[in-house]
Structure formats: structure tokens, C-alpha cells
Design a protein around this ligand. Structure first.
Ligand code: HPA
Ligand code: ZN
Length: 319
């Protein structure tokens, strides 16, 4: 039995497996520039975040209807359930779909067709987190928040993803303020490829409650002390960090040092179809590459519920 855990850093578009991509391409009459799933998998050799994002956005062309988003989410939930996930806080990237003429309602209601029945069908409670693309303008983020207003009963929070360097958190101050006023929870990717100062800025300017990745906090001792003191959770994604070359090899991942420093770390899969594994695979990989004890793995699983947006009573039920 895998350890029960919550997954807090998961891009639903990053769960698009090659087989499903080709099935949806056929269903929607979309032509993919790859001969077959094997040729597609061969393209999964990334140099950095941007080289991954290019493929990630390209493959989204196959997602067109509510049913596509429903099938995508159900495929993820089934795999996650098999790896012990009891609760999932799921990112989606509406701007990448709006830009292709797929509207907000198609995305959110399509995902909800799977998420709404997920506790019954998969034993997983869920939350949706809408991410803004940080390489798009602040105005575009604000328009996206506006477009989401009819669907806010389905959306728990906002996040910030896509190309990090050159797009500091401060660019999104106003949209985060507007989202906070609407009662949305706030997270942001920071310190994946960007400097530790972006983590500090995400806390100070955007008011984030949780930092996605946050890996590079280890370069700033004062920041580490603050994150420990304020119990700010970090959603780490070890296999992603290797595939996107944020760390050279898993054996050199700073996770053990981060836990020793007292940081509230969680382990997640990010974009599992692209990075070689779902969350249980990430747990297995850090156990074998980093020699983490069973107690450490249990601490990581416990942290995932503590760091979640579940209320206390829900959290206890989910564990
Ligand atoms: N980082 C930034 N943006 C992303 C990622 C990531 O790991 N995955 C999907 N969008
Ligand atoms: Zn991510």
C-alpha cells in the first residue's frame, strides 16, 4: 500500500500522456507533428524550462472540448489514486487555452466533470488552482481573472507559472490583490530557475501562502530562516528538477538538506507525463537516490496534508 498523500503541484496539462494525446488528436482531427507515440516520447529531452514549455504548449492543441478535459483529468486521477493520492490541488493554464479559442467554461466545466465525482470515483478530494502565465502581460492575467468570475465557485486559488526568469512576481501585484479581494488562495512558482529574490518578492508582494518549487531558497540563509519560522510550505518536484536541469542528478537534490533545515517540504510530480513519473514515483526516486528513511517519507506525506488548502477536519479525513 502506498503512503496516503496529497499532491499540491500538478499541472493538469502536464499529465497528457502520448497515448491520450494521439487519441484526442484523432478524435478532434488535429495533426500532431510526430509520427507516433514513440517519436513523441523521443522529444522529451529537455535542456531547461523553456525547452519543455515549447512542447507542453504545442501538445495542448489536442485539448478542445469539455470531454477532452474530463478525460485528461480522469486519466490523472486514476493514476494518482494508484499511487496513494487522497487529495489533489490541480493547476490549470487557462491563457494557453483561451489563446487557441477554447473558452474558460470549456476548460473549467470539462475538468469539473471529472473533479466533481472524483471522491466517489477515485477516492481523491480535489481543488482547482488557476495559473497565470508569467511570460504574458499583467493585463492578460487581469482579463483572465475577469473571465474566470462566472466559475469562481469551482476555483480555490491562483498561481503563477511558465517562463520564470525575467518575469518577477511584482509584475502581477495588481491581479494578486484583486484575487485576494475575491477570496482566492494564492500560490506562485518561484525559485525554480529564478533567483531567491523572486521567492521573497512572491511572499512580500503577492502574499503567497505556499511557494511552488522554491528550490533556490537554499542560496539565501535569511530566506530559509524566514520560511522555517513562518512555516511556508514548498512544493518540490524532484524528477522535474532533474529533467529540466535545475539539479544535475537526483542524488544531488537538496531535499535532505532542506528537511534538515526545518523547511516544510512536500514532494510532487509537476508534469508527470513529461518528467518520468507520478507522485509515488517521485517518492520512490528520492527514497532510493537520497536514502531517505521511512520516517522522512512519512514526514513528507504528512507535510502534504498540512500544506494543503483542506480545512482541519477534511485534512484528518483525507489522511
Ligand atoms: N514551471 C513553470 N511553469 C510550468 C511548469 C513548471 O515546472 N510546468 C508547467 N508550467
Ligand atoms: Zn510547476
Amino acid at each position: 500500500m502506498p503512503i496516503p498523500k496529497a499532491e499540491l503541484h500538478l499541472h493538469i496539462e502536464g499529465t497528457l500522456e502520448p497515448e491520450l494525446a494521439f487519441a484526442l488528436a484523432a478524435r478532434n482531427g488535429v495533426e500532431l507533428p510526430y509520427a507516433d507515440t514513440e517519436a513523441l516520447r523521443k522529444a522529451y529531452l529537455f535542456e531547461d524550462l523553456q525547452s519543455f514549455l515549447n512542447l507542453y504548449y504545442e501538445l495542448m492543441a489536442v485539448l478542445r472540448t469539455e470531454r477532452d478535459f474530463e478525460d485528461l483529468a480522469n486519466a490523472y486521477l486514476a493514476r494518482a489514486a494508484a499511487q496513494g493520492v487522497r487529495h489533489a490541488e490541480i493547476f490549470f493554464d487557462p491563457q494557453a487555452h483561451l489563446a487557441r479559442g477554447v473558452d474558460m467554461g470549456t476548460v473549467v466545466e470539462g475538468l469539473w466533470r471529472a473533479l466533481g465525482d472524483s471522491e466517489t470515483n477515485h477516492g481523491i478530494s480535489t481543488r482547482l488552482i488557476m495559473c497565470f502565465l508569467r511570460d504574458e502581460s499583467a493585463d492578460s492575467a487581469m482579463e483572465t481573472l475577469e473571465a474566470a468570475k462566472p466559475y469562481l465557485h469551482r476555483i480555490t486559488g491562483i498561481g503563477l507559472d511558465s517562463a520564470e526568469v525575467g518575469h518577477p512576481p511584482v509584475k502581477f501585484r495588481e491581479v494578486y490583490e484583486a484575487a485576494a479581494a475575491l477570496g482566492l488562495r494564492r500560490v506562485a512558482h518561484a525559485g525554480e530557475e529564478g533567483p531567491p529574490a523572486y521567492i521573497t518578492e512572491a511572499l512580500d508582494v503577492l502574499g503567497v501562502e505556499r511557494v511552488d518549487h522554491g528550490l533556490r531558497c537554499m542560496e539565501d540563509a535569511d530566506l530559509v530562516a524566514r520560511l522555517v519560522r513562518d512555516r511556508i510550505p514548498l512544493t518540490l518536484c524532484p524528477l522535474s528538477n532533474v529533467r529540466l536541469r535545475a539539479v544535475d542528478v537526483l542524488a544531488e537534490h537538496p531535499l535532505p538538506a532542506m528537511l534538515d533545515a526545518g523547511l516544510l517540504c512536500t514532494v510532487n510530480s509537476d508534469d508527470p507525463a513529461y518528467f518520468g513519473g507520478y507522485v509515488g514515483d517521485n517518492f520512490d526516486a528520492v527514497r532510493s537516490a537520497l536514502g531517505l528513511s521511512v520516517d522522512r517519507l512519512r514526514e513528507l506525506a504528512r507535510n502534504s496534508f498540512v500544506a494543503s488548502f483542506l480545512e482541519d477536519d477534511e485534512e484528518l479525513r483525507a489522511r
